[in-house]
Design a protein around this ligand. Structure first.
Ligand code: GAR
Length: 218
């Protein structure tokens, strides 16, 4: 069983989607530890409800990022974590941390990377006026939302959307693709070749394009 450590800062709805998939038997993983850097995070209540061990770490208690990350790596290794899952964890990881878990740290971002990295990906896409947005699960590197892409989901943007309706549509897909990406990892299906992540033994998408708004015969 793959041992994962989940890093959270907020609501933890992605964490919940992973918990649910594990409890349903669809994800061959166990959450060994959840690390949270925000004492107010609702994610902590979710963990308590499901009996998942947590470590609360405030970065204010550490002199610098390297010290914070070193402690985090120590806790994760102490729990035998094989894959680190960033689920709404609002901090960039140091190169030293990433070296401890090479191509073993995943992140989810609420936009179609490489567009709209950083904070508020949904709002950036909405304000830009794109016709499609979505979400991306990728391996983390030391950049901001720049690592090799594992899986993306696309959602349409409608004329009457608000930032909130778009964010909700994206979040629904986040909850589908994150457990799937972790399951690919658990099954040993992910092969990283430079920037490309090959998914072995999984059916590929059909060749049809999608248009928004729909293109009609005229
Ligand atoms: C999610 O939308 C996630 O994609 C985003 O934070 C939210 C966390 O929600 N992450 C980032 O923007 C990282 N750049 P959650 O706590 O309910 O899972």
């Amino acid at each position: 069983m793959l041992k994962i450590g989940v890093l959270v800062s907020g609501s933890g709805s992605n964490l919940q989607s992973i918990i649910d998939k594990i409890e349903q038997g669809g994800l061959s993983a166990q959450i060994s530890i959840v690390i949270c850097n925000n004492p107010q995070a609702f994610a902590l209540e979710r963990c308590a409800k499901h009996g998942i061990p947590t470590a609360l770490m405030s970065h204010k208690d550490f002199p610098d990022r390297n010290d914070f990350d070193r402690k985090m790596a120590e806790i994760l290794k102490g729990h035998g974590v094989e894959l680190v899952v960033m689920a709404g964890f609002m901090r960039v990881l140091s190169p030293a941390f990433l070296q401890e878990f090479p191509m073993r740290v995943m992140n989810i971002h609420p936009a179609l990377l490489p567009s709209f990295p950083g904070l508020h990906g949904q709002k950036q896409a909405f304000d830009y006026g794109v016709k499609f947005s979505g979400c991306t699960v990728h391996f983390a590197d030391s950049g901001v939302d720049t690592g090799p892409i594992i899986i993306q989901a696309i959602v349409p943007v409608f004329d009457d959307d608000t930032e909130d309706t778009l964010a909700a549509r994206i979040l629904e897909q986040e909850h589908r693709i994150y457990p799937q990406a972790i399951q690919f990892f658990a099954e040993g299906k992910l092969e990283v070749k430079g920037r490309k992540v090959i998914i072995k033994g999984h059916p590929r998408l059909g060749p049809a394009a999608i248009h928004n708004p729909p293109v009609t015969d005229f």
